[in-house]
Design a protein around this ligand. Structure first.
Ligand code: PMP
Length: 379
């Protein structure tokens, strides 16, 4: 069987994006490439709506997290980390190593941190930055980033960092309007590009903060080093990932053709249909109703299904999914449904999950999930 990779990133890469990665690499000073890079930068600023800047550099989501923190804080600053799982927690170690004083508000896995708790914490102490993970890939929980942004705006000098690695281009994010100061993401999830590009939007307040910090200890991820290149990509600081920049440009072209708002709606509809189908088959979804992400589902097995056996058979049948993390290792699988996947992929995924269930001896009426899915997709 052909294998469809339905993990929550990297997501399937469509042919036109693959073609960009397969192109003959040119010099980074090549005028045509410089023009493409500049257009990509301008489009990303326009689409995600910031009057500030965007940085598009070689790296992954983790590098983007580090870049966000490096350019907005100095050792000794207070940081509030709002965590809804494994990737929210990743900010803890990252910030502690930098000598930041860290407070954490963590939810139960599957739930969000209540706004009132965040507000109480903000009133207690002055924080340089607050970090929120828009969608935590370990839990499939989506945070109410707009409401949190409104809260933070009430506290002068506190910047708002949003990790959009598993959300950007799937869940609505409007940088300035939502009061976001830094939004960060990677190429391999809802953009549908191979891993390797980090994107960091920095609103006007974040750029001001960077200025106030003077020289920072970090080098490669310093906004000041990259800003001249983002304004004029014919300049050099460090070699851009030429083919991945082209791939990102093609991904943004696809987004513009689809329409970003329509893309958000498609993700919402697909997620609802997929999740209804999975529930109909006897699975549970880890994220509570009301805070379920549109980009992936964390799917809890019914009693008696062995995770490794199920995922092995599922892969044999043609669908690759990811295992659970932390306390949910062995208890759930993670199914990505973001990016440039289409109806065919979704129907295949649910049909294949039914075949795998059948093969592990969990008898469901074949076609039951597919029926629910198709109804959801048609509604
Ligand atoms: N944040 C979130 C929400 C993620 O899902 C991930 C990756 N799964 C990361 C950060 C880290 O990104 P990367 O693996 O690209 O470094």
């Amino acid at each position: 069987n052909k294998k469809l990779v339905m993990i929550p990133g990297p997501t399937p890469v469509v042919r036109s994006i693959q073609d960009q990665m397969g192109r003959e690499t040119v010099a980074f000073g090549d005028p045509a490439f410089v023009k493409d890079y500049k257009e990509l930068i301008d489009d990303l600023k326009l689409l995600w709506k910031t009057e500030g800047e965007v940085f598009v550099i070689a790296g992954t989501g983790t590098l983007a997290m580090e870049m966000a923190i490096a350019n907005t804080t100095k050792a000794g600053d207070n940081v509030l980390i709002i965590s809804q799982g494994f990737f929210g927690d990743r900010f803890i170690d990252l910030c502690q190593r930098k000598g930041l004083k860290v407070d954490v508000l963590a939810s139960e896995w599957g739930d969000v941190v209540p706004l009132a708790e965040i507000e109480a914490k903000l009133k207690e102490k002055k924080y340089s930055v607050v970090t929120v993970t828009h969608v935590d890939t370990a839990t499939g929980v989506v945070a109410p980033i707009e409401e949190i942004g409104k809260l933070i705006r009430g506290f002068k000098d506190t910047l708002y960092i949003v990790d959009g690695v598993c959300a950007t281009a799937a869940e609505p994010e409007y940088v300035d309007e939502m009061g976001i100061d830094v939004l960060l993401t990677g190429s391999q999830k809802a953009f549908g590009v191979a891993p390797g590009i980090a994107v960091v939007w920095a609103g006007p307040r974040a750029m001001e903060r960077r200025k106030s910090l003077g020289t920072i200890p970090e080098f490669y991820i310093d906004f000041d080093k990259w800003l001249p290149i983002m304004k004029d990509p014919s300049k050099y600081f460090a070699t851009p990932a030429v083919n991945l920049i082209w791939a990102m440009k093609e991904a943004v072209q696809i987004i513009k053709e689809e329409g970003l708002e329509k893309r958000y709606l498609r993700h919402k509809k697909n997620a609802k249909a997929v999740q209804s189908a999975l529930l109909a088959l006897g699975f549970k979804i880890l994220a509570k109703e009301g805070c379920r992400a549109v980009s992936l589902s964390n799917v809890i097995y019914p009693e008696g299904i062995n995770d490794l056996e199920f995922r092995k058979i599922l892969a044999e049948e043609g669908i690759v999914v990811a295992g659970g993390l932390g306390p949910y290792a062995g208890k759930l699988f993670r199914l990505g449904h973001m990016g440039n996947i289409d109806t065919h992929d979704l129907v295949s995924a649910i049909a294949t999950i039914e075949r795998a269930l059948y093969r592990v001896g969990y008898h469901v009426e074949l076609g039951k999930g597919v029926g629910v899915l198709m109804k959801g997709l048609l509604d």
